[in-house]
Design a protein around this ligand. Structure first.
Ligand SMILES: [Zn+2]
Length: 500
């Protein structure tokens, strides 16, 4: 394998092969407690402080299903147009690994709670691709291992490993697509667009905070290639835990070029898991992939089956929030956007953020202005997506309100946003801490105006003589003296008042 060229030119790959994708997305639910015990479900915390006998797998501890997690699973299933199983069970997925203290993961195997759905995904140019959903099932997250002493942070070469079970037992939903075929050269883009659409959907449902950077949304990308004339799928690899939208696209693309080079050289693909390397965009081999038989699944004897009544399912269907595609249709009409304008906002990841800002009381024009100009510039500067900026729609709405009520000028408002992005607190706190309020106290302004006039007697004379346009220089000086914190219009009024 080492003798072959490492990757093939992408254009040649798609000329010779058809890619087949399978995407598995794990989403951590934002319930208050874990899946089978009452431990707090919260990111971070001192290691091994959110644990109890159940999630540590101590002998005799018995699990109880988190009802809200089941409800979230059903809502996700409904939003993905799935059938909801009238009866299903949990299963034990048996394996030994230190981050799984029970030596099995409680998951669902052949009886998922939701199955046979689809999600329509819009690509950057507006083309819609329907992704078929195989299943969405419930399971629990594992703990976290921290491998210390090695160069890569992985177990290979490490001196010792630390274990944190705070995450063990956190409710997870795994959403699995059917094989995605026929996407050709656009396969990497389709993969990214699907995970983006799924993230937006899960966010709209309010079931998860969908932070890829914190691992609450994780994607495993299965990729295989089939020669143009082949009748069967090729051997696939599974690239694990790709942790940004851009990485999903890069990982799929890299795997396509890597596998093609091996196949063309007469080699064969090893079925294995692989790790994505953020730094250079390549993947490297992990463990050889287990098959389902290796896990010796069997129905979980400590939990009763889940049998959601049809009435409950219909009740949940009736309380679904506005979903992203419904919202897009509505805002296009309300904000009077052309198809191209809407698509630009969608591609910028701005629609939901603008809508949420409007929900917090801002006008659509103001909300759109902030998100597509200044905030987009800041996101580009930081190399993050708009939605990853450390500012919430509510905070943007507050900044807009402060401008509206005259407390801030647009320039000061940008400084407040900078402060929020820098972690200095809520907009009002930043205004306070940085002393950014518009000087609206007329006595302070009169003083600055008088000083400016006294320093420029010739100009003052001109204004008194009727040359009103000469006031610009004085207004400029006052603005400088008040560090831009005065309202220029008011300053001008005061200058003219002083010169009559
Ligand atoms: Zn627990």
């Amino acid at each position: 394998m080492t003798a072959v060229a490492e990757t093939m030119d992408y254009a040649e790959v798609v000329e010779r092969f058809d890619p087949v994708l399978g995407l598995e997305v794990h989403v951590e639910l934002s319930t208050n407690t874990k899946m089978f015990c009452g431990c707090e479900n919260r990111f971070g915390g001192e290691p091994n402080t959110h644990v109890c006998p159940t999630c540590l797998g101590l002998p005799g501890a018995l699990p109880v299903v988190n009802g809200l997690a089941v409800e979230s699973a059903i809502r996700i299933g409904l939003a993905l147009n799935c059938e909801i199983a009238p009866w299903c069970r949990f299963a034990r997925k048996n394996y030994f690994y230190p981050d799984m203290p029970k030596n099995f993961q409680t998951s669902q195997y052949d009886e998922p709670i939701a199955f046979d759905g689809h999600l329509d995904v819009t690509l950057d140019d507006g083309e819609v691709v329907r992704i078929e959903i195989e299943r969405a099932h419930m399971e629990e997250d594992t703990g976290k291992s921290l491998h210390v002493g090695g160069a890569t942070g992985r177990i290979h070469g490490a001196e010792h490993s630390l274990l944190d079970y705070n995450r063990a037992g956190v409710p997870l939903i795994e959403i699995v697509t059917k094989p995605i075929t026929g996407t050709g050269a656009r396969a990497p883009e389709v993969a990214r667009a699907y995970v983006t659409a799924l993230r937006d959907l899960l966010r709209a449902l309010g079931v998860s905070d969908v932070r890829m950077d914190q691992g609450s949304l994780r994607c495993d990308a299965n990729v295989s290639l089939m020669a143009k004339d082949a009748a069967e799928f090729g051997t696939r690899t599974e690239t694990k835990n790709v942790n940004s939208l851009r990485s999903v696209e890069r990982a799929v693309r890299y795997e396509m070029t890597r596998q093609a080079a091996i196949l063309v050289a007469g080699g064969s693909i090893t079925q294995e898991t692989r790790h994505f390397q953020e730094a250079d965009g390549t993947t490297s081999p992990g463990r050889t992939k287990e098959t389902a038989e290796d896990y010796r699944y069997f129905p979980e004897p400590d939990l009763v089956p889940i049998a959601p009544s049809r009435e409950w399912v219909e009740e949940l269907r009736g309380t679904m929030p506005e979903l992203p595609w419904e919202r897009r249709k509505r805002v296009q009409a309300e904000w009077k956007l052309t198809d191209a304008e809407l698509r630009d906002l969608i591609n910028a990841g701005a629609v939901d953020l603008i809508a949420a800002t409007v929900d917090q009381g801002a006008s659509p024009a103001d909300a759109r202005g902030w998100w597509v100009s200044y905030l987009t510039q800041q996101a580009n500067k930081l190399g993050v997506e708009l939605g990853e900026l450390a500012i919430t729609p509510a905070q943007v709405a507050r900044v807009i309100a402060l401008v509206g009520e005259g407390t801030l000028t647009n320039k000061l408002a940008r400084e407040v946003v900078d402060g929020v992005l820098a972690g200095e607190g809520e907009p009002d706190e930043v205004v306070e801490k940085r002393g950014l309020k518009v000087v609206s106290d007329d006595s302070a302004l009169y003083k600055a105006v008088d000083e400016a006039l006294a320093a420029n007697p010739d100009i003052a004379e001109k204004i008194r003589g009727g040359k009103v346009q000469a006031a610009g220089k004085i207004v400029g000086d006052v603005m400088k003296a008040t560090k831009g914190q005065a309202d220029a219009k008011r300053v001008r009024e005061l200058v003219l008042e002083r010169c009559v």
